[in-house]
Design a protein around this ligand. Sequence first.
Ligand code: GLN
Length: 473
Amino acid sequence: MNNIPKSFKEIKTLLDSGNLTCEKLVMQYLDNIKEQKDLNVFITLFERESVLRAAEIDKKIKSGNAGRLAGAVFSIKDVISVKDSLLTCGSKMLSNFESVYDATAVERLIKEDAIIIGKVNCDEFAMGSSNENSYYGPVKNPIDITRVPGGSSGASAVSVAANMCLMSLGSETGGSIRQPSSFCGITGLKASYGRISRFGLVAFASSFDSIGIFGNNNYDIAAALEVIAGADEKDSTSSDVYVDNYAENSELKLDPEKVSIGYIKEYFEKGLDEEIKAGILNKIDSLKQKGFKVKEISLPNTRYLIQTYYILTCAEASSNLSRYDGVRYGLRAENSSALEAMYVNTRSEGFGEEVKRRIMLGTYVLSAGYYDAYYRKGQKVRRLIMNDFDNAFRKVDFIISPTTPTTAFRLGEKLDDPLAMYLNDIYTVSANLAGIPAISVPAGRDKNNLPYGIQIMGKKFDESGLLRMWNEI
Ligand code: GLN
């Protein structure tokens, strides 16, 4: 294994001083990828293209006109479009589908001379918490290969944790960046809804989905965020709120006297692993010792989080995934005698079990007889959950909690019990329901040496604050 520095600043220093070239760097990552093939991370590897591009960027560095992300090598979750390459979404349905354009986030990375090394595995259509729901097989956790890396952006987390690239773009609907970050011992940011354009991100639940970033430290993630954030005319839900100098800001110290932090009473009540609980409470103590004002807060609608999340996201998914009908995209089942049979056969063959489960759940909650009882009620409860956060953020600047109730579980352990799997998302779905930014930062390890993260949530569009708070953990 090549021991490549896990910091963009260090890589840049080596490149600028001529002690490393982008070409060599990419070849080292490619070696690491090949050596760890068993982890099942990449669906498409841009082996030749990334080396050629690295050589181009080396020339730019020499002539002094390289972009802000020259030397940063990224993997991209396979639900995000990269022009002229497969966009499988981890599904048989799209196993032959090539994207005809770049997602805006990808286009912006490339414009600043980042290098894309390949497309990585994920749960099918980003539905899952273990990266076991992929047509391309499960991804393994590099810290213990008998365990899951988390999901749905599991392979994005592994690619960073196992030093196959510096950073990764993943996506979140309910925790798919923060939960795998926690399980793999790295850091992950889900920005505010609308902060990063969703153009080119395949839709799961459009009012929840967002692109986010995996990395090893806050500076790197801030540097990437600065490049990909901001309004985009191709996504009308993207926000035109000012894009801060996130990278520079991420290094500024916070004044503890002026910052108040809340911890959510309900998140510590039941179901939380004792070691994680002790570790997070320890962190809270050390924040107090640094002089931060820390207080207990209550989010009274916490007990409705999982139900609300799954009712609403399944409803949106059933609508979004209706486009895969064998006519417009990807797979078409052969030997169907008539149009309707072709639809049915294509969707039966093309989707995996979890995706079918969610389409059925979503269709049910949207059906005429149940719409009011489930979907409409779910929307109302979402508003109450948002109100809980609005109230909390009148009293505190940041909210901290564990990222996950447990450390990484074993492959196969929760596959037959969807409810147990869904409960993994208990602490993460709230930020997506409320549209606020949240990060997971490594917080410690349990007795089996498995990592866990601490989650920080912030006010909408206060990514700068969040990145600064990170320094204090
Ligand atoms: N694990 C959650 C789910 O299965 C979150 C998925 C996501 O954020 N894409 O829906």
